[in-house]
Design a protein around this ligand. Sequence first.
Ligand code: GLN
Length: 288
Amino acid sequence: MNPAGASIAAILEKSPLDPLETRILLTHALKLSRVQLITKSEYTLATEEAQHLSALFQRRINGEPIAYIVGEREFYGLSFHVTPDVLIPRPETELLVELADERLPKNGSLLDMGTGSGAIAVAIAHMRADAAITALDVSNAALNIARRNAARHGMQITFLQSDWYGTLTDRKFDVIVANPPYIVESDVHLSQGDLRFEPIDALTDHADGLSALRAIIAGAPHHLVPGGWLLMEHGYDQAPEVRNLLAAQGFCKVRSWQDLAGIERATGGMTPLQAAVMHAGERNIPVL
Ligand code: GLN
């Protein structure tokens, strides 16, 4: 379609994209609110506006995710800047924010591992002004986006460039959250739809999908206080395996939680308040 000389109403009617996506691209291109799209529906696009809109439509037709085209995605009621350097925040990940909030003690400390856009860390910081929040990522490009999102919402978060626990030495936290790369390398979805445009290292561990989760679980006892919680998002079929890994590492209260689609999407456990937690590689020898 050629939006030159067309009204907003006509574009909405004839768009090759779905109505919601058309409205998002229209509001973005014309810098209008959703309400203004209705009140100004007879507005006729100028040539430059029409060209801009056509280019945006074409990018979407070529498969690029809407969030990258407009550079924004909402998560937990907050708007986040996103680029192809970071995963697009998903609604199911809001579950981790709620689980962490419920378990974070007053004035507690929280670590977000593989923060990406910073969505999880910023959403928790926004709710919990009392919390001391640290967020790490191995990607400096991602950290730049995360810092920008924290600043945008006025949140004080300590950002670290770190390959999982690499630079943390002996620091301990009340809660650790992670939404790591967990898609199996051979999963066909990686070469379909929006995922094709997202950072591959944020989606897959290039292995069986569990290697990042294993590394996070193995290192967590050393970085959690007694009674501290580790909470992770994972793939739709990984909950039993993640529960086993947590139990084998000595975590208690191990359980999974369903997302809004009824899929077990997050799993967590608590470090024991008394007995020592096993460290990676140690055997389950009873403590006398
Ligand atoms: N939930 C994402 C998806 O299925 C994957 C995110 C991740 O690997 N952490 O597309």
